[in-house]
Design a protein around this ligand. Structure first.
Ligand code: NIG
Ligand code: FE
Length: 410
């Protein structure tokens, strides 16, 4: 089956020679072909170029006159398996409570854990599947999903089995991350060592035995897990081949970036609190700096200093953090707008951050993230728009018209 997209106004993020990521000043460049075609055969991209060289025959043809075509988003950080919602806490915050005060009262992650523990696997699956479909419509073609609202052996496994089931029932690419170290459960309030032992001695072996996770994450934050505890858990995860991803420096300077880099994390995420020491630690590492601006927006935090990171030569990825507490939204086009408006990233930098760099941050860069021959045909077609910058500029508008995942029109 050959699918041809022709008369493309701009074909964005084309790649002839594979790159690992784009970093620093290179993030401003977005390789583009104007007046282009893209040819897809079955699940893969087989050719692209100028309209002058456009093949004449295909089984199906889409005319993309006045439209932009680019890779679908790689959302490398979500918690989209959860049960219920937390708009009550949203109101509490409007009335003056902080995110941490809500957690201390047994709300926050504990609230979602209680909900999830009481839900069946089928109920969880249904809600998560609906969210997956929703973000696919927004242009997301690959997504990383974390556990971490279980906080018991049984419920963490339940969450990760739901992720496996989602993967079996979609053509989107899904990576699973074990985040048992999301919070110390209330039952272990006075015995944090006991919970960390449970994580390391019981949860990790069971998850590895069932092959339920690709990565291991820790919420390294004051009031959650210390840098030393994070180090211990990440090292235990590595024993089962789970590469680290760390929730680092969201609320404080937690040491999470340094401990992530020291353990060769694939990414360290959040980074609202980032200074020279964190940037220095990341420099020259294999760890992606992943920023989640919707969280800063929703919780009213300082935004991560993206410009400083890029000017220091780092690669930066952007992700949604879709979760019921700090970001009840998986809309990546809003993430793009926030990146431009609040962190002064250029539209080109922001697009690089949600495509090639997002793909790296979830370990799918070889198959996704750019328009390259042989890669999966995960592409989106916009509505008729005047330019690329129009996307982040018109925040709140729905400008994605067609989403193609592995060659199939959504
Ligand atoms: O990435 N920070 C930790 N975890 C999530 C929020 C968890 C929650 O409030 O449910 C986050 O922001
Ligand atoms: Fe998160």
């Amino acid at each position: 089956m050959k699918l041809l997209i022709k008369n493309i106004q701009s074909l964005i993020q084309v790649e002839e020679t594979p790159r690992k990521w784009v970093a620093g000043a290179d993030m401003k460049h977005l390789p583009t072909i104007d007046n282009a075609f893209l040819l897809i055969e079955n699940e893969r991209i087989v050719a692209f170029g100028k309209m002058d060289d456009c093949p004449v025959k295909a089984d199906q043809t889409i005319d993309a006159t006045g439209k932009i075509v680019m890779p679908t988003w790689c959302d490398s950080h979500t918690h989209l398996v959860y049960h219920g919602s937390r708009e009550g806490e949203f109101e509490d915050r409007i009335n003056g409570l902080s995110y941490e005060e809500i957690t201390e009262r047994g709300g926050g992650i504990h609230n979602s854990a209680k909900n999830l523990q009481n839900a069946t696997e089928d109920e969880l699956y249904e809600q998560a599947y609906a969210r997956l479909q929703e973000i696919k419509g927004y242009g997301t073609g690959a997504v990383e999903i974390k556990s971490g609202y279980g906080l018991t052996l049984e419920s963490e496994i339940k969450m990760l089995r739901v992720v496996r089931r989602l993967r079996e029932n979609t053509n989107m690419t899904i990576k699973a991350t074990f985040l048992g170290a999301h919070a110390i459960p209330l039952l272990y309030k006075d015995n944090r060592e006991g919970y960390i032992d449970l994580l390391i001695d019981e949860m990790l072996p069971k998850i590895a035995e069932e092959g339920l996770a690709d990565y291991c994450d820790v919420f390294c934050e004051k009031g959650f897990f210390t840098a030393e505890e994070t180090d211990r858990i990440l090292k235990a995860g590595w024993k089962y081949g789970l590469r680290p991803k760390v929730h680092a420096n969201e609320l404080y300077f937690s040491g999470g970036v340094q401990v992530g880099v020291a353990n060769n994390a694939l990414s360290v995420d959040h980074l609202e609190c980032t200074s020279f020491a964190e940037i220095k630690a990341l420099h020259g590492s294999e760890t992606m700096a992943t920023i989640l601006p919707s969280t800063a927006f929703f919780l009213g935090l300082e935004y991560a200093p993206a410009r400083k990171m890029i000017e220091a030569g780092l690669p930066v990825a952007l992700a949604s953090d879709y979760n019921p507490g700090s970001t009840p939204s998986g809309r990546m086009s809003f993430v793009l707008s926030l990146a431009c408006l609040k962190m002064k990233m250029t539209p080109e930098e922001a697009i690089n951050a949600v495509t090639i760099n997002g793909a790296y941050a979830m370990g799918v860069g070889k198959e996704l993230g750019t328009i390259a021959k042989g890669k999966f045909a995960n592409v989106l077609i916009t509505k008729k728009i005047p330019s690329l910058a129009f996307l982040p500029y018109s925040f709140g508008s729905d400008l994605i018209e067609t989403v193609i995942i592995k060659g199939l029109i959504n």
